[in-house]
Design a protein around this ligand. Structure first.
Ligand code: PLP
Length: 493
């Protein structure tokens, strides 16, 4: 005999409208309990997903269900199927890439934003989103110690924020690219953007997307601390000018991806100003540190930058995604992107700010809500205390590396990222030492108890340990240190 379908399923399948309010409340409470339990037991879960490629797909039906299914079954499958296929970014022993984390007020903000489901395109489609974004980003600007000339916009990622900054910079060159494009034109010189060899690949991608071509990006060498060399920048610009090229934008980084180095912005500013170039600062990772009063100096010189990107979804406990672009020339950003067809014209358009005028997207998510809730819940002091603690933990780890005969530091640590590796105590030579360090990393990651990533510095495989998770404590650092030493012993026994 067939089981009688649950009334909830019957209703979902055969009747119109959404889930009933009563069921929504019940499942909503269950789901919040589920999330609270998830955070309570997260340390028991392997931080790096242990599944093999294709494992999840093999367990999912190839076609969609004809009839609705009970919410409880769906949530049970999140437990059974989705959870094992997750790499847990919220795990306190996630030290890879740039460690990040969500936070409770941020999750609530996302929940509400999904309920409101506004498309923040025009002021009138989303007055709350538009105005809260302005106010929240001004609060953040004050916390960072940036000047009032910087106005913020939220985009999804730093890649997109930087692409918009470079587009605004190009608009400022007055060569009618918006109207006429670049292809088929013989009147245009080669346009050039400058960034260090350590700049993030998002700058390359922005340049590709804008149709400038990869040859438009000139990579400037770095010093022994992985910072752009200002003299090399000045020489490159002068050489390009002699060749008839058009240098128009410099991208400096505060917190490069491999080592978190900081380009010397105070020395770069006058070079940009001498040639009337746009200075964009990629502070996607490192910028958040400036909310800590004693770390504010990391943004030194930025009061003369034209734009700056900072990702609250990296180190400000904001659930992905949320990237803030501060820009000093909103007129240029607007000129590059504003396009108002008749069906979007509104009586108030001259008096208000509409997000769609400042980017490629029309509809935008209500991301300001979660950031506003996070800043209100923790306060400037609470946020700064957490970032300060991450730095303390990272430096503590660095001190263990430094005082050990088996390990060495590979780069300075201005934030909370430590670059290190096992030393060549046994005369392995460069190649085998790289292999040893890679094997150590994979060995640690395979335990499921910590997750590290790597980079290459001067061809040397370097392990990266980034502290940025709101749940990380000294205990987790000690644990990963023990795991690293166990692996080293095992592999060199
Ligand atoms: N810039 C820097 C310095 C980064 O480290 C990253 C990512 O780690 C990005 C940009 C790109 O960030 P997103 O994923 O927000 O595009």
């Amino acid at each position: 005999m067939m089981n009688k379908p649950a009334p909830e399923v019957e209703r979902a399948t055969t009747q119109l409208g959404d889930m009933s309010a009563e069921e929504f409340r019940r499942h909503g409470h269950e789901l919040i309990d589920w999330i609270a339990d998830y955070f309570e037991r997260i340390e028991e879960l392997p931080v790096l997903s242990q599944i093999e490629p294709g494992d999840l797909k093999a367990q999912l039906p190839a076609s969609p269900p004809e009839r609705g299914e009970p919410m409880t079954d769906i949530i049970a499958d999140v437990d059974r199927l989705i959870l094992p296929a997750l790499t847990h970014w919220s795990h306190p022993s996630f030290f890879a890439y740039f460690a990040t984390s969500t936070s409770a007020p941020g999750i609530f903000g996302e929940l509400l934003s999904a309920a409101f489901d506004v498309k923040s395109m025009l002021w009138r489609t989303s007055p709350a989103s538009t105005e809260l974004e302005e106010v929240t980003l001004d609060w953040l600007r004050q916390m960072l110690g940036l000047d009032q000339g910087m106005t913020g916009f939220i985009y999804d990622t730093a890649s997109v924020s930087s692409m918009h900054a470079i587009a605004a910079a190009r608009e400022g060159v007055e060569i009618r690219i918006r109207e006429e494009g670049m292809s088929g034109r013989t009147d245009l010189p080669l346009l050039r953007v400058y960034a260090s060899e350590q700049a993030h690949s998002s700058i390359d991608k922005g340049i590709i997307t804008l149709g400038l071509g990869q040859r438009a990006l000139r990579k400037i060498p770095v010093d022994d601390q992985f910072r752009m060399i200002p003299d090399a920048l000045a020489e490159a610009i002068a050489e390009d000018k002699r060749n008839g090229f058009l240098p128009f934008c410099i991208v400096a980084t505060v917190g490069t991806t491999s080592t978190s180095s900081i380009d010397p912005i105070p020395d770069i500013v006058p070079i940009g100003e001498e040639h009337a170039m746009w200075l964009h600062v990629d502070a996607a990772y490192g910028g958040s540190a400036a909310i800590v009063p004693e770390l504010r100096h990391v943004l030194d010189g930025c009061h003369r930058a034209d734009s700056l990107v900072l990702n609250p979804h990296k180190w400000l406990f904001t659930p992905f995604d949320c990237s803030v672009l501060y820009c000093r020339h909103l007129d240029l950003l607007r000129r590059a992107f504003s396009l108002v067809p008749e069906y979007l014209r509104t009586p108030e358009q001259e008096k208000v700010r509409s997000g769609s005028d400042y980017g490629v997207q029309l509809g935008r998510r209500f991301r300001a809500l979660k950031l506003w809730m996070i800043i209100r819940y923790f306060g400037h002091e609470g946020l700064a205390a957490r970032i300060r603690e991450h730095r303390r933990l990272a430096l503590l780890f660095a001190s263990w590396v430094e005082s050990s005969a088996d390990w060495e530091l590979m780069a300075p640590s201005p934030f909370a990222l430590i670059c290190f590796r096992a030393r060549d105590s046994e005369g392995l030579g460069a190649e085998r030492l790289n292999e040893l360090n890679e094997a150590i990393m994979h060995g640690v990651n395979a335990t499921g108890r910590a997750f590290l990533s790597h980079t290459k510095l001067h061809e040397q495989l370097t392990l990266r340990l980034s502290v940025g998770n709101i749940r990380t404590t000294e205990k987790h650092l000690k644990q990963v240190w023990d795991l690293l030493n166990d692996q080293l012993k095992k592999l060199t026994a």
